[in-house]
Design a binder for this molecule. Sequence first.
Ligand SMILES: NC(=O)c1ccc[n+]([C@@H]2O[C@H](COP(=O)([O-])OP(=O)(O)OC[C@H]3O[C@@H](n4cnc5c(N)ncnc54)[C@H](O)[C@@H]3O)[C@@H](O)[C@H]2O)c1
Length: 341
Amino acid sequence: MKKAIVTGGNGFIGSNLVKFLLDKNFFVINIDKNKYSNGNYLLKDRKGKNYKFFKLDINSSKIFNILKKYKPEVIFNLAAETHVDRSIESPKDFIHSNINGVFNILEQLRKFKKKNKKNIRLVHISTDEVYGDIKKDKSSTEKNAYMPSSPYSASKASADHLIKSYVRTYKLDSVISNCCNNFGPGQYPEKLIPTLIFNILNNNPLPIYGRGKNSREWIFVDDHCSAIFRIYKKGKTGESYNIGTNNNITNLNLTKILLKVIKNKKIKIGKRVKIKFVKDRPGHDFRYALNSKKIRNTLKWKPKKNFKSGLEETFDWYLINYKFFNYFSKKNFFKRLGLKT
Ligand SMILES: NC(=O)c1ccc[n+]([C@@H]2O[C@H](COP(=O)([O-])OP(=O)(O)OC[C@H]3O[C@@H](n4cnc5c(N)ncnc54)[C@H](O)[C@@H]3O)[C@@H](O)[C@H]2O)c1
């Protein structure tokens, strides 16, 4: 049985990836420091002999002991601070997890390679945000220069550079994925789609930054997991792969589509549920757009999920798992962050 480490496995994408790998018959070792109070909610049913959880920071030297004990084929690194507004409010945590944490993983892998003559593949999950604002009708390829705008995207960009230097200098085996915005079951309530769903279910106004014209490319989380897996299997060491759908939507249109999807389910929408424009995020990138021809042509991957059916599935999940929202303190998750610069 192949073994895989997933860091950040209690997070949104990580928990979906853990399930994906278990379905593929992997032994999965989840390393997460449980930053949020949701604990293991997303993986509460995952017990048994093919799954092991370590509550641990990726900055810990104990990572080496785990590598030594399990000798995994691969580490999927998803552990990160991920909320842009939070990175504006308190960047230090982002340096700790997204740069120093990756540095520690690289060092432990280097030590492991030296002692065991075995190169464990590191699949590092980066983001489209490293490319910065992309002009209308343009898209970023893997060759674009990095132009990060927020402490979050700058921390992710730094890690990507560090990883490439370790591949070149120490001959580590690593590949990087740069994915667009994810949505799906289990996303933390501080992100756009769960925030909208929470407010719709609670008859609250829907806060939209600026005039809602900022546009993002969206992918359903299962499609992201299948792309990451393909990159692990077939990706060339030292390379980056954009993961995108070409499905670019403004925040305003996304909100309207979501409202339509919910109305079609015959769910009653309260009178106070109205779009409310709120102060924009400082340094807010206007548009991200990925050229994902490389992964499509060389690794033969493409996304499967249609946007609307993905939104339906996501909404249904939050309806059934409404108590997921209760795991997060209102003070931390529904308070507007990152306005003071
Ligand atoms: N969500 C998106 O739209 C998106 C898009 C592209 C890339 N990504 C990347 O995918 C990864 C996962 O994103 P997500 O949306 O699932 O994030 P998330 O915030 O839902 O989950 C991150 C997890 O990492 C854990 N974590 C944070 N710092 C840690 C540390 N120092 N040690 C151990 N665990 C730590 C947290 O406890 C949390 O469970 C991130 O690296 C993110 O940059 C996300």
